[in-house]
Design a protein. Structure first.
Length: 256
């Protein structure tokens, strides 16, 4: 007798969740509407050097994740450094929304699938290939998840005269199983970057009806005979200060 086997693509359903994020992260009065989310300790250090950061709450994801509030140009914003990987980053995002955030702006490095995209260049993803597991619990199965906030974020880049490109991204759980065949297929579909979180984060935002934005900055390159790390791990502190500046200017412009 054969039995049916459920795969990850069958995971989405609308039944009641067992653990509600609000049971872990209680609402906080005066929590910032907009929260910046970095993947880099150097970006967080740049923020601490520049602003007076006030601790709002602590989250836990293998290590303690402090969430801070600060003021920029008369606006109250939040900031924290999230964990790598779609599952962990999505779980922390759930808690931020439960605490009171209305929108989140993620920014971090990526690999490029097109060598013409120079190191350090900015990318605004327009759709994410779902080569991970988390998004399938938040949205019906599909190859890609669209990013409706991309247009508004791109407009913010234009408003500050910051050059950038738009294109699809490949979100994968397995950084050491990014294969040549996979690269060729994703490139043929229009993917220009690869990273680990975008599809998961967008799925959470759309499920919770909250605005999630993300921009990327190019580091390593997969579009070569051998993997090219380029500037990975070699950036000066001033580069991270620059990434923070872009995020700040975008954060005070997005309204989704």
């Amino acid at each position: 007798e054969k039995r049916g086997h459920m795969s990850i693509t069958d995971a989405f359903n609308t039944s009641e969740q067992i653990i509600d994020p609000a049971a872990v992260a209680r609402p906080i009065d005066g929590f910032p509407d907009t929260v910046l989310v970095t993947f880099s300790q150097k970006v967080l250090a740049a923020a601490a050097k520049r602003f007076k950061l006030t601790l709002l709450k602590e989250m836990h994801c293998c290590y303690t994740v402090p969430v801070y509030a600060f003021e920029y140009k008369g606006r109250k914003l939040g900031i924290y450094m999230t964990c790598l990987g779609g599952s962990a980053a999505a779980g922390l995002l759930e808690e931020i929304f439960a605490a009171g955030a209305k929108r989140a702006l993620f920014f971090g490095s990526c690999g490029v699938l097109d060598r013409s995209i120079s190191a350090g260049h900015f990318i605004v993803p327009t759709a994410a290939y779902r080569d991970e597991g988390t998004s399938y619990h938040y949205a019906p199965a599909s190859d890609y998840i669209d990013i409706p906030t991309a247009a508004e974020l791109s407009a913010a880049f234009d408003a500050i005269s910051m050059p950038h490109v738009q294109g699809k991204t490949w979100t994968t759980d397995a950084i050491y199983r990014e294969t040549r065949d996979g690269l060729a297929k994703r490139r043929a579909e229009g993917c220009i970057t690869v990273e680990m979180e975008c599809a998961s984060l967008m799925a959470v935002g759309q499920f919770r009806k909250k605005a999630v934005y993300q921009f990327l900055y190019a580091e390593d390159c997969l579009d070569s005979v051998e993997w090219d790390p380029r500037i990975m791990g070699k950036q000066p502190a001033t580069a991270y200060e620059g990434y923070l500046d872009v995020a700040l200017e975008c954060a005070i412009r997005v309204k989704g």
